[in-house]
Ligand binder design. Sequence first.
Ligand SMILES: [Zn+2]
Length: 460
Amino acid sequence: MNKSRITFYGGANGVTGSNFMLEDLSSGLEADNLKILVDCGLHQGNKIVENSNREPFNYNPQEIEALFVTHAHLDHIGRIPKLVRDGFRGKIYSTYPTKEIAELSLRDSLGVMEKEAKKDKHAIFYREEDIVKTMELWQGMDYHQSIKIGRFSVQFLDAGHILGSAMVEFTSGGKKTIFSGDLGNSPAPLLKPAEKISDVNYLLMESVYGDREHENKDSRRQHLKDIILSTMQAGGVLMIPAFSIERTQEILFEVENLMEASKIPLVPVFLDSPLAISITDIYRRYERYFNKEVKYIINNGDGIFHFPQLQQTRTTEESKEIAQRLGRKIIIAGSGMSNGGRILHHEKRYLPQKNNTLLIAGYQAAGSLGRLLSEGAKEVTIMGERIRVRSRIENLSAYSAHMDSTALSEYAGQTADTLEETFVVMGEPKSSLALVQRLKDEWAIKASSPNDGDSREIDF
Ligand SMILES: [Zn+2]
């Protein structure tokens, strides 16, 4: 019987820092083990780049044969240039859009890291040249395109989380192991739902919302419309801190549809993030990844992410001019957790006024400004200044890009009959533990939530 080992190098004690190793133990000689990584992400908390990212890897990057990347969020890709800097020379595989978005995100986070490093007097842990080398090793693939690494056949399945997001499916000797990556909250405005899985023997799955349910998705468009309407009726500014990938494009798509259907006033909509603007350009080129409904709109000649009210402010000058435009407006800016980026300038300016609204539409990590605001803080510090929060704070969790607890349980449940073991990772400990319990109770699945540094041998 074949033997493999999964080691949880990152992403087992928390949501971020995803980094897992699959080793083929069948040679019997530790030194000969084929080593494959899935993801190599950044640890993120109240700072975009946490100090723990600077620590050396707990394995030798030179010994890694291949790295499979589930999707382009920084907590899944952010340490890849460091891996390359530290000697990795294998191949990197992902879907095509993941590769394109990753390059933009890595360059952007290098900029952020350089700024933070200057302030905190830290060394940066990769440089421009490492990104160039990384991209040379990186190969794009389509979903369901299979490649062979050692005795494993590997393919990507659509995870429906962000554009290009994928689960990684390994098969060998008639058995199947899946690394879920992050799983999308379907139906999503733009993407297809996560693919069905079956006949899986070993499953490593995310649990960001392992202990929570999202609000009803059918009413989210209505809820968004109501928030826009009430803010505009009050003559206010609607601020949306948005993740540059997916959330920004979903909100743009919804706002565009609401305006075209005359359901909200035609106020200026500022997309105030150079990264989000560039990523939206990538979305425009990958229409084939969208769901039926969006393809139908595109095929009828009505493009998406194009409407007269949309103003993309790439430069700092253009961004500063947003404040000069008095009156009602919608501002979409990063970062999504308000722990950096241009949204801070808008929050500082507009949070003290009662007629404005801050719309939080995604996961907010413990310790982030976004988390404080979403929990109702009345006073916060933004860029060194105490700011009174008088504007309305709204949470719209139905736009989350993650499956909620019930969806996660059903995801594993669909292949419960063949599952030998399930590893619940990528969640805050209480979320992971809640999901472990749920999988045991509802499906009698053998599940556990390992810790960072743990290894498990599997019959695979
Ligand atoms: Zn993600």
